[in-house]
Design a protein around this ligand. Sequence first.
Ligand code: NAD
Length: 291
Amino acid sequence: MDIRSVGVVGAGQMGNGIAHVFALAGYDVILTDVNEAALSNAVATIDRNIERQVSRGKVTADDKAAAMARITTTLKLAEVGPCDLIIEAATERETVKQAIFDDLLPHLKPHTILTSNTSSISITRLASRTDRPEKFMGFHFMNPVPVMQLVELIRGIATDQETWDAMHAVVRKLGKTAASAEDFPAFIVNRILMPMINEAVYTLYEGVGSVKSIDESMKLGANHPMGPLELADFIGLDTCLAIMNVLHDGLADTKYRPCPLLTKYVEAGWLGRKTQRGFYDYRGETPVPTR
Ligand code: NAD
């Protein structure tokens, strides 16, 4: 299956990273979002991030120019329909993702492969609403996409072997490594990572430690490169809460109960780095703990 054109739906932190790595690998990329500012910010971010790779000697200036020329943006979802591969990377809410796939269906080519970058939502359920569950997969990139080596490939119950093999080949062409996961809530990485982050928030909520002491403990005591609360801010607290809710609902086990303090931060609109405030306040020169 020859994949040349890639449509990316959602131009947030994941969408811009996905567009970046596909354009550098030689694919034509169309990036779409409902928010015009998200599209212009995404292009500026990609430009800045590839420039950093140029200054480190990882990419040539010619490669950068070619990659930037391969990226187009549009506010019209229908324009990504004819791509060979579509990667949905919009907000982690099932109704949002379902509406995107519903709206895309009339514009797809027969061979188009549909994928979702969802961190936790059932691939089988998203696929079942489309006209091609056999050509539907989970395609889960890690944040930040240009830096992280892993891509989780998630097989829905109906995903066929041809689609599975085609996505493995794409991951190889991107120079990344695939891990195969079955379609159960939050797959592998977030099934393990999110309960740890949620437990860190409980540790804060119960007064066992401050933001600083929790993060330092896990960095210096468990050799984690980032503390769990710093990492939660980086991922986005809305995304963390959405994943915990999927684990809680999908596995029906109280051990996945989202911490009320995580819910409170999200209700406050303190979503982490992307809103400049979460467990840390990022508005000054250096991040300051908010608790
Ligand atoms: P984000 O909030 O940075 O970006 C989401 C983007 O989707 C926004 O620009 C928003 O305008 C856009 N959007 C919302 N509704 C849309 C629609 N109907 N059509 C087109 N665009 C729409 O979120 P993000 O962190 O980039 O997460 C996106 C997806 O990637 C989620 O499914 C998330 O679970 C997953 N993911 C996130 C991370 C992470 O660390 N943040 C890691 C892996 C996967």
